[in-house]
Ligand binder design. Structure first.
Ligand code: HPA
Ligand code: ZN
Length: 328
């Protein structure tokens, strides 16, 4: 592939299914808010201005510290504008983002609705000006525990519709079990929401099986460690489960030493529906253009393979049929 072909490949319109809205915040945006609010966040930044953390669990605490300056709907509106601008600059035309009721008013329904209004107003402006569509996946945080997930899931259920299209679960996969959250996922399913959960990033294939069997999700956040058990891989194929794979995130956090050791190609080759996302791009020093460029370079992915990846993403997107027809 020559330079021109590679350039066209990485600048193609993209669909992204797995991002965390707070995790997309540019560090300068969070630093600016901290200054406005006189909050000392110097500990979470390196000298070069990037986020500073040692490992995944420390990442989660730095993430929560950064999120602490997003104190109201107005901050989330500004955040939404900033992150959609970044995504659109990477040719993303449709993006789904995890939004946590816990970080948006402490899972209080009245407050949550105010945050959603602010986020949706900002998203409407970005859609008009930049041609990018945002949908939200309401997201309980696993290490906050199953009891805290219930009011978050209730917020999701009560606002299920065109914008809030799914329930997801983020946070520390090493805490508790997927089935501990079945009550919340059942409530969301009954409200008509699509379901996904982080699984198979830090724990092995059994966690992926439990996500599917105990929560009934149709997509899995990461899921890559299913690759360690062919029976689980084949279960994903049989049940038509799509993986939200975040290769740059996995390499940056050390799930795999380097992209050439990442199982995305093996999974794709066997027939699993994989998609590509950035997770928390500034935290992992990545962008969608970089993800596409790295996959083309390391695995030789060409236009035909990216066509399939993009089709997988549209097929598995949580939006309605009209929106799918528009982005396909
Ligand atoms: N993984 C799990 N939980 C998260 C992440 C992530 O990358 N970002 C924010 N919450
Ligand atoms: Zn994630």
């Amino acid at each position: 592939m020559n330079e021109e072909q590679l350039d066209a490949l990485i600048k193609r319109p993209k669909i992204e299914l797995h991002t965390h809205i707070e995790g997309m915040a540019p560090p300068a945006f969070i630093r600016g808010l901290a200054q406005e609010k006189n909050v000392d966040l110097s500990k979470i930044f390196r000298e070069d201005g990037s986020y500073d953390y040692r490992d995944f669990v420390h990442f989660l605490s730095v993430y929560e510290a950064a999120t602490s300056v997003l104190t109201g709907p107005e901050e989330f509106a500004r955040l939404t504008s900033a992150v959609l601008e970044q995504a659109a600059a990477n040719d993303v035309v449709y993006i789904e983002s995890f939004i946590s009721p816990d970080f948006c008013g402490g899972s209080d329904l009245t407050a949550w609705k105010e945050y959603l209004h602010a986020i949706q107003d900002a998203a409407a402006v970005a859609e008009r000006d930049l041609g990018i569509t945002l949908r939200g996946i309401a997201t309980p945080i696993r290490h906050f525990g199953p009891e805290k997930a219930k009011p978050a899931a209730l917020c999701a259920a009560e606002t299920a519709g065109e914008f809030i299209t799914g329930l997801g679960m983020g946070g520390d996969e090493n805490q508790g079990q997927q089935r501990d959250f079945a009550y919340s996922f059942d409530m969301a399913r009954e409200a008509g929401l699509h379901l996904t959960t982080h699984a198979g990033e830090w724990r092995g294939p059994q966690e992926v099986r439990e996500a599917v069997e105990d929560l009934g999700v149709s997509r899995i956040g990461h899921g890559v460690r299913a690759s360690e058990d062919l029976a689980v891989v084949d279960m994903l194929i049989e049940r038509d489960i799509t993986l939200e794979v975040c290769p740059g995130s996995n390499v940056f956090l050390g799930v795999y030493d380097s992209l050439d050791k990442h199982p995305i190609e093996k999974l794709r080759d066997r027939g699993v529906k994989v998609t590509v996302s950035t997770d928390d791009p500034p935290f992992f020093h990545t962008t969608m253009r970089k993800e596409y460029a790295d996959l083309a370079r390391v695995f030789g992915w060409d236009g035909e393979i990216f066509d399939q990846i993009d089709k997988n993403a549209v097929d598995a997107a949580f939006c309605d049929a009209d929106t799918k027809a528009r982005i396909r």
